[in-house]
Ligand binder design. Structure first.
Ligand code: KIV
Length: 288
């Protein structure tokens, strides 16, 4: 980028910044592209319901992903594989209703796009029309480029997802991707394939930091890292992991910003003890 175009892309008063911006209209994929031109980093979080989505929206998170991680984090499945289109549509609609500014990206669940571009278009259209999302996400690089191309040609913005793709857990497990020369070259081919197909951004999950940095330098669309080091254009975390609500171990790349599981557990026990001991309700919480 030249100095002149850098100056043009730079928000003078912060009003166009993705995070910390003052606008109340929905963020669009064009805003996302301009942020890459400005070299502006941005945060993304998952969301699965209207109430928590409204908290993240009010905090200024510019992009919320209704991830199929809802399978493990919200619906009680062991993996993302069983998640259905009905479930993703219901959860995405709730997140859209709970927000005013964030761009809402709805995940296409396993089995809703692998048959080919036409199936992908049918599924994505449902998330756009019935749930009101502004974009969809799907997994796969070269193997998904035809699906991405048709969706984009049909007017549906697509966020791609390469590296570790959890819907393929039965085939690849949960392992770092892109280690070694051959795997790194494949990841670069995947990244270029989704960009050429028209994706507006690409998630890089669990790939070595140096490789994620190279992909970020090579692409003109933003990279969104999760377990991909500090050099990607954006970062995404699963909200139940980063706020400490997830039960048991969370991946090494997660930073915990709160301990909601303890906070909620302690509050619920205090309530239960008040009820059992007869100290709730008191006069203050009674009507006459
Ligand atoms: O489903 C999800 O939450 C995701 C993120 C981990 C990127 O795909």
């Amino acid at each position: 980028m030249t100095q002149l175009s850098a100056a043009r892309a730079k928000p003078s008063d912060g009003s166009k910044a993705l995070y910390g911006g003052k606008g109340t209209r929905r963020i669009t994929v064009r805003d996302i592209a301009l942020a890459k031109e400005r070299g502006e980093k941005w945060p993304m979080l998952t969301a699965y319901d209207a109430m928590t989505a409204s908290v993240f929206d009010e905090a200024g998170i510019p992009v919320l992903l209704v991830g199929d991680s809802a399978g493990n984090c919200h619906l009680g499945y062991e993996t993302t594989v069983p998640v259905t289109m009905d479930e993703m549509t219901m959860l995405s609609a709730a997140v859209v209703r709970g927000t005013q500014r964030a761009l809402i990206v709805g995940d296409l669940p396993f089995g809703s796009y692998q048959e080919g571009p036409v199936q992908a278009l049918r599924s994505a259209t449902r998330l756009v029309k019935d749930a009101g999302v502004g974009a969809v996400k799907l997994e796969g690089g070269e193997r998904s480029h035809e699906q991405i191309r048709l969706l984009v040609e049909s007017g549906i913005p697509v966020m791609a997802h390469i590296g570790l793709t959890p819907q393929s857990v039965n085939a690849m497990g949960y392992r770092v991707q892109g280690r070694g020369e051959e795997a790194a070259q494949q990841l670069l081919r995947d990244a270029k394939a989704v960009q050429d197909a028209g994706a507006f951004a690409v998630v890089l999950e669990l790939v070595p930091a140096e490789l994620a940095a190279e992909v970020t330098r090579v692409l003109h669309i933003p990279t969104v890292g999760i377990g991909a080091g500090p050099e990607t254009d954006a970062q995404v975390l699963v909200w139940t992991d980063m706020l400490g609500l997830t039960q048991g171990r969370v991946p090494k790349f997660v930073k915990k910003y709160a301990a909601l599981r303890e906070v909620m557990g302690d509050a619920v026990k205090a309530y239960a003890e008040d009820v059992v001991g007869g100290t709730f309700p008191t006069e203050e919480h009674s009507v006459h």
